[in-house]
Design a protein around this ligand. Structure first.
Ligand code: CMP
Length: 215
């Protein structure tokens, strides 16, 4: 079971048995808040099923979504590394299952496998790069550009078509780009009327052959 998780896949059978004693399985229903920003944290979560969103919220219920994560991803490593409170909140957007690794287990993993340190560092570097890109789009682009950029960043090639991999509501997109849902609705409508995208039951297809160079 643990070997199916990319973070643990290079551990030996003996190591896995030891690490297994430091993990528990946790299953939560949709909309459960798994981690809360600012609280003390002492565990790392590897996602085995489902999908979560990493976000920062304010007292008025507004939020900015930093990232969606799914099976094979992990979260909660930052507080384990620097012993600071949780940097963001994480909630399940689908029923989700995790393998939860304790602080002691995390230390065991690092001692037993240099590859795990390397995987965690790679994930941190990737997240910092994405955060840098997000800061630059928030500071330098207007909302139209931010929506277009977010769709392109989330797009994957599916059977020869460029499709946004996540099933996103307009509120999700608004929370990712720091705009109102009404504004996102207007922009998606405009993109659709210009023939740049097609939206069918929350699946957005991007017609990249029609995009102008500045898109
Ligand atoms: P931690 O700070 O312990 O708790 C919140 C977790 O959210 C954090 O660890 C990371 O695992 C994750 N996280 C924080 N910021 C980002 C981000 N920009 N992209 C992806 N994951 C993040």
């Amino acid at each position: 079971m643990l070997r199916a998780i990319p973070l643990f896949k290079d551990l030996t059978d003996e190591d896995l048995l030891v690490i297994n004693d430091h993990t528990v399985e946790k299953t939560v229903p949709k909309n459960t808040v798994v981690l809360t920003e600012g609280t003390v944290g002492d565990s790392l979560y590897a996602i085995t099923a489902g999908r979560v969103k990493v976000f920062i919220g304010d007292e008025d219920g507004r939020e900015i979504i930093l990232k969606f994560l799914g099976p094979g991803d992990f979260f909660g490593e930052m507080s384990m590394i620097d012993s600071q409170p949780r940097s963001a909140s994480v909630s399940a957007v689908e029923p989700s299952t995790f393998r939860v690794l304790s602080q002691n287990g995390f230390q065991e993993c690092l001692a037993r496998s240099p590859r795990i340190s390397s995987l965690v560092m790679q994930a941190l570097a990737r997240r910092l790069r994405e955060a840098d890109r997000k800061i630059s789009t928030l500071a330098l682009m207007d909302v139209y550009g931010r929506v277009a950029n977010t769709l392109l960043e989330l797009a994957i090639n599916h059977e020869g078509k460029l499709v946004v991999g996540e099933k996103l509501s307009q509120q999700d997109i608004a929370n990712m780009v720091g705009a109102s849902r009404e504004m996102v609705n207007r922009i998606l409508k405009d993109l659709s009327e210009r023939g740049y995208i097609t939206i069918e039951s929350k699946t957005i297809t991007i017609h990249d052959e029609k995009l102008p160079p500045s898109f």
